[in-house]
Ligand binder design. Structure first.
Ligand SMILES: Cc1ncc(C[n+]2csc(CCOP(=O)(O)OP(=O)(O)O)c2C)c(N)n1
Ligand code: SF4
Length: 287
């Protein structure tokens, strides 16, 4: 018998398909979120992250369905609370790669306060927002990023309310990586998401992702988007000036700073679930 050890065959490289679950998305045909799902899975494959070391946390909305469509750990929580859940998960399990995903309604309206403080805390996670400037799941109400003059039957003549500017708000609140992507460019979006995951600290990726059902005119975004003309800056004031004055269709990494991320305790003691349950058990009976 030959006593020479045969080296183990190298593990086959993971492809985007390895991160897609068997659950078929229920999005409307043509929804931009299909491409975002493709971009997320391509980004994970490019980083070769084992699916069991990645958690995708979302709130509620069409876009927030993403965790179910992947083979990673997923948490489909309550409306607007995805960042709170994702932050808690990352702090408890710093070894996991955490992506938080959702829509503009989920993240900027009901979840707006969490957005500000997640940027400020700078915990090392990646926040991916599929922004379609509308509440898709609840049938087309105006969201914080809806244009003030968007005329529709729920807001005749438009809301007349100035739109929220998520990128500048993220920057002003302390996010350490700020980018804009377009779902119609899945390769470019995958690259931006991969860079966001690699960046230490809170990384924010705003993806223009059309809602073809309630905002069919957004199909025209593909003619409007264009690559950012300049390289990312690490100067927040310069980035803010650029973002404030661009046309909203500038695609790329717009800011990559080096703020120290929130310190995480790696390798701390793991506690058994039963022990935690016992600690949180309510004491005493009803009065
Ligand atoms: C506390 C609470 N308020 C309201 C709702 C109803 N609701 C569900 S999804 C949603 C908006 C989703 O919009 P968005 O986050 O932009 O995602 P999209 O569906 O456009 O992807 C709302 C208002 C809810 N589920 N829970
Ligand atoms: S309603 Fe809009 S956001 Fe929701 S699945 Fe359909 S196209 Fe996508």
């Amino acid at each position: 018998m030959n006593d020479v050890c045969t080296p183990a065959a190298p593990a086959a490289a993971r492809t985007a398909a390895d991160y897609k679950s068997a659950t078929k998305p229920v999005w409307c045909p043509g929804c931009g979120d299909f491409s975002v799902l493709g971009a997320v899975t391509r980004a994970l494959a490019s980083l070769q992250l084992p699916p069991h070391e990645v958690a995708i946390v979302s709130g509620i909305g069409c876009s927030s369905r993403i965790p179910a469509y992947t083979t990673c750990y997923g948490f489909h929580g309550v409306h607007g609370r995805a960042l709170a859940a994702g932050t808690g998960l990352k702090v408890a399990r710093p070894d996991m790669t955490v992506l938080v995903t959702g829509g503009d309604g989920d993240g900027y309206s009901i979840g707006g306060n969490h957005f500000l403080h997640a940027c400020r805390r700078n915990v090392d996670l990646t926040y991916v927002v599929m922004d379609n400037h509308v509440y898709g799941m609840t049938k087309g109400q105006a969201s914080p990023t809806t244009e003030p003059d968007w005329d529709n039957k729920l807001a005749p003549g438009g809301t007349g309310i100035r739109s929220f500017h998520p990128l500048v708000i993220a920057l002003a609140s302390g996010a350490s990586f700020v980018a804009r992507a377009f779902s119609g460019d899945p390769g470019g979006t995958a690259d931006i998401i991969a860079r966001a995951i690699r960046h230490p600290g809170f990384s924010f990726v705003e993806i223009l992702s059309p809602c073809v059902t309630f905002r069919p005119e957004q199909r025209g975004w593909k003619q409007q988007v264009h690559p950012a003309a300049v390289d990312p800056t690490d100067d927040a004031a310069r980035a803010a000036r650029r973002i404030m004055t661009d046309d909203g269709f500038n695609i790329g990494v717009l800011y990559a700073g080096d703020r120290t991320p929130y310190p995480l305790q790696r390798g701390g003691p793991r506690r058994a679930v039963a022990e935690l349950e016992a600690e949180f058990e309510l004491q005493g009976g009803a009065a």
